[in-house]
Design a binder for this molecule. Structure first.
Ligand code: AMP
Length: 432
């Protein structure tokens, strides 16, 4: 289905053209018509499905349809509010929606924690039409009377399941109470949980439910493999595999900031260009790391779950779960960055003995078994064998290479060319 069939404003069609969008993605096909008619929606869609346009375009169009486009900056007050769990996601949404509204006189602002309130307060004072925010920071601005949400007629909860996980539920419901009495709510979630369903009943009115793929499944184009390995040997295994397959580029998830730091240090010692994205890093440094990764200056981006949530990194070939996430749903989120838009991707997981239980949960969720690769020299065995293995750490990392021939890994990883320096990341292109 083409966007032109929706009767969108010429400015929006022109922007979509500039973004290079030819036809709608499935979530856009299903959600845009009812959203534009003003219906409340509960949309089950994974990251990377094009959901931003699915909610942003109907909102922009409705503001135009109702003649509510306000060109007088001094009297602007937010008409649409998009709540999202992380700073990165907020910035990304501002950029993406900014691209959709590039030919319209809308002012779009993103608010998030970790930066001073003053600058954001000034932006709010200057006038905003579309407000994007993390819940915590918006509560602070509301408490300081920096913003009024009284004219907000469109509320979008993006990655609502994540906001629940992060404990934002009370903030979210409080914020909604500040919006106009009559408002449309669009609820987006990648996973379906009882808590999410409860929230949907609480905040949606006679809503329509939309699913674009099986609930709680990962993109079908992703190949999943896992390496059983002892926790303490994960670094060696990673360095080994990286040397052997030269993955370019790979996003690595660790569970903790400390693991992320240690991994980065090891990578830097081996002169591998790597960046870090976690909560202890300043906003600027996270932004720089992400930009460098997107522009292919970095081979590896090491990130923790929360910091990397929803990052718009498109067409990524490899995602590594250095640790398995505790929540199976987070596995789905993490690998949402690979195998997008019909491209194939590879989700690689390192699984320690302790993480085997998580494997079962993940397999149940994605409805399939993950292929195991047993790499010689990294067998998970008795503690005594493990101690011996660590003591006799191979001198040459390549020495483990032959061990995988028994397992037919097909084209999964081995076929990657060395350092293919093409930039596959849409976010770094001119258009965005
Ligand atoms: P999202 O799920 O909104 O984060 O979108 C994921 C990626 O798909 C982003 O890079 C969008 O720019 C891109 N995208 C969204 N809709 C379309 C479309 N109709 N055609 C091509 N790319 C799209």
């Amino acid at each position: 289905m083409k966007f032109s069939s929706l009767g969108l404003a010429p400015e929006i069609l022109q922007a979509l053209d500039a973004c290079g969008y030819k036809k709608m993605t499935p979530v856009q096909e299903k959600a845009m018509v009812p959203a534009r008619r003003g219906k409340d929606l509960y949309v089950h869609a994974q990251t990377g499905t094009g959901k931003t346009a699915a909610f942003a375009l109907p909102v922009l169009q409705q503001i135009i349809d109702k003649g509510q486009v306000n060109t007088d900056e001094s009297t602007k007050s937010p008409q649409a509010l998009i709540l999202t769990p992380t700073r990165e996601l907020a910035e990304q949404l501002a950029k993406t929606i900014g691209a959709y509204a590039q030919f319209l006189p809308f002012s779009i602002t993103a608010l998030y924690g970790g930066v001073k309130m003053g600058g954001q307060a000034n932006k709010l004072k200057a006038g905003v039409d579309i407000l994007i925010s993390t819940p915590g920071r918006l509560i602070e601005h509301l408490a300081s009377n920096n913003v009024s949400l009284a004219k907000v007629e469109y509320v979008v909860l993006d990655e609502a399941d994540r906001m629940l996980d992060m404990g934002f539920i009370t903030d979210v419901t409080n914020i909604i109470e500040h919006t106009a009495k009559k408002h449309q709510t669009l609820l987006f979630s990648a996973t379906t949980t009882p808590a999410m369903n409860e929230l949907s009943h609480k905040i949606l009115k006679s809503h329509q439910e939309i699913r674009v793929s099986k609930i709680n499944t990962t993109a079908e184009t992703v190949e999943h493999v896992m390496y059983p390995v002892e926790e303490v040997r994960k670094i060696d295994l990673f360095m080994d595999l990286l040397e052997e397959y030269n993955w370019f580029q790979i996003l690595v998830f660790t569970s903790t900031k400390r693991q992320a730091d240690t991994l980065l240090e090891t990578l830097k010692k081996s002169k591998i260009k790597a960046g870090l994205c976690h909560g202890d890093k300043s906003q600027g440094s996270r932004r720089r790391a992400l930009a460098d990764f997107k522009s292919a200056k970095l081979q590896v981006l090491v990130a923790t779950e929360v910091a990397a949530r929803g990052l718009d990194i498109e067409g990524l070939d490899f995602v590594l779960n250095y640790n398995l996430p505790y929540l199976a749903e987070d596995y789905v989120h993490r690998i949402g960055r690979t195998g997008r838009a019909g491209k194939s991707g590879h989700a690689i997981s390192f699984v320690s003995r302790e993480e085997e239980r998580a494997v079962n949960r993940i397999q149940r969720l994605i409805g399939g078994e993950i292929k195991r690769i047993y790499r010689r020299g990294y067998e998970v065995g008795e503690r005594s064998t493990l101690r011996k293995a660590i003591a006799q750490k191979p001198k040459s990392r390549r020495s483990n290479k032959a061990s995988e021939t028994k397992i037919n890994r097909g084209q999964i990883i081995a076929a990657k060319p060395k350092h293919k320096k093409t930039n596959k990341f849409k976010g770094s292109g001119k258009k965005r």
